[in-house]
Design a protein around this ligand. Sequence first.
Ligand SMILES: [Zn+2]
Length: 282
Amino acid sequence: MVETRNAQAEIGVIGGSGFYSFLDDVTEVTVETPYGPPSDSLFLGEIAGRRVAFLPRHGRKHHIPPHRINYRANLWALRSLGARQVLGPCAVGGLRPEYGPGTLLVPDQLVDRTKSRPQTYYDGEPLPDGQEPNVLHLAFADPYCPAGRKAAVAAARGRDWEPVDGGTLVVIEGPRFSTRAESRWHAAQGWSVVGMTGHPEAVLARELALCYTSLTLVTDLDAGAETGEGVSHEEVLRVFAANVDRLRSVLFDAVAGLPAPDGRGCLCAGALDGLDPGFELP
Ligand SMILES: [Zn+2]
């Protein structure tokens, strides 16, 4: 275990353990935050000359369920290492028959159906060091970074994996999957895919003026679209494993295609312009 002091990254990737385990030169660092520990150590490596910090969202043993992930600590930790752009790959269910297993969808919209998760830094609650976050209401009409989405879509095309460019990710509380009625309702709203971790990950990134891009991999047709038994955990794992190699390739190319750290001209970079957070950003 290495001390964090000199560790630096410019890009964060929150995903499964498969994304860092094969890098040649990885430095493991532990990061403390005012919100407690993140899901795991962060793993620093380099892709195409870019310094990247990987964070296993569910912990390296995949032992943290979606509703118990310390999202605030995760985003805070990434920013404290220097990351300003974050890629968040995740497994989802498809809500349309044409979005079958193996579909890659880069959403441009988000619907929050979670229930129990802390989802803001700006709640007026003092931090352990005495700083007091102000109560802020940030714009979130466009929840994802346009530059990051562009890089993700281009990366997928470069690997001959034509992605669905845009769509709505609805995030449910979990850890259970949807009922048929819920799934039919989600589909009837015109939403595209359903997952369990995309919120509050995206909004917390925005609250720290981080760029955030979601890459969703469809592992199953959600309950309403399915005539059989509905979703099973085994099926999700099987399809994810079958696609993890090419998803990793796409992620690496997306990292390479992100704007330079000082070249961020997007809305995310200016999310806090003219606002006083009440505390020093990490
Ligand atoms: Zn951005």
